[in-house]
Design a protein around this ligand. Sequence first.
Ligand code: GLP
Length: 245
Amino acid sequence: MKIVVKETEQEASSYVAEIIGTALREKPGLSLSLPTGSTPVHVLEDLVRKHHEEGLSFAKASLFNMDEYLGLGRNHPQGYYHFLDELLYSQVDVDRARTFAPDALDPVPEHAAAAYTKLIQDAGGFDLIFLGIGRDGHICFNMPADSLHPYTHLERLSEKTVADNTRFFDDASEVPTHAITIGLKLVLDSKKIVLLAIGSGKNDIVRELLASESITTQLPASFLRLHDDVTIVLDAAAAAGIELA
Ligand code: GLP
């Protein structure tokens, strides 16, 4: 895994935006999966800036949410599709017919999950997936557990993750406890993987991830070691005190 450390959150985010921008310029029909949460905010801002100032076009790209809270529709203000719509899709030349998320309103979530796996596979998988990481080591919404899922599935969120996510909701009781997320094989099938971790809150999990070469279902991000093209981008706060080879 290639590790890149930048001084500030802004610099780390710009570095990731440049990777995405370069990939899009090289392949306008890029198949790209994007994360949500706090981590991607400055990356998305920089992509919008690149669109306006540098003519970066998303017109031919396919964009995939990696997960969605169960029960939240595309227009729900705390939903993940809405998040990407607001911060990216509505501000660039994306073709909304090529923006995708699991159907979290499907009365049978397993059907929605299977349909999403098929959609991704029919598209040829991802060219690039940009990941955040949870403080418990989850990627997408693949939580630490005794076993992990390869394909899209319904996931019960860890207590730590539910607690972390309350900041996005008015009331703790509104925080969803389940999500539909892509699984580890769909992540690892991506041709290229970029993971961004910023801030001191991610320091412990980044240390744990980089401390060992082993792969464990208790730290889902450790599975990225199975892939040949992974770049982990950190800011100084996330990398603090960690010895990097
Ligand atoms: C969220 C999302 C992930 C994200 C991670 C970290 O719940 N499902 O896509 O990478 O957890 O979130 P944050 O960036 O807010 O710390």
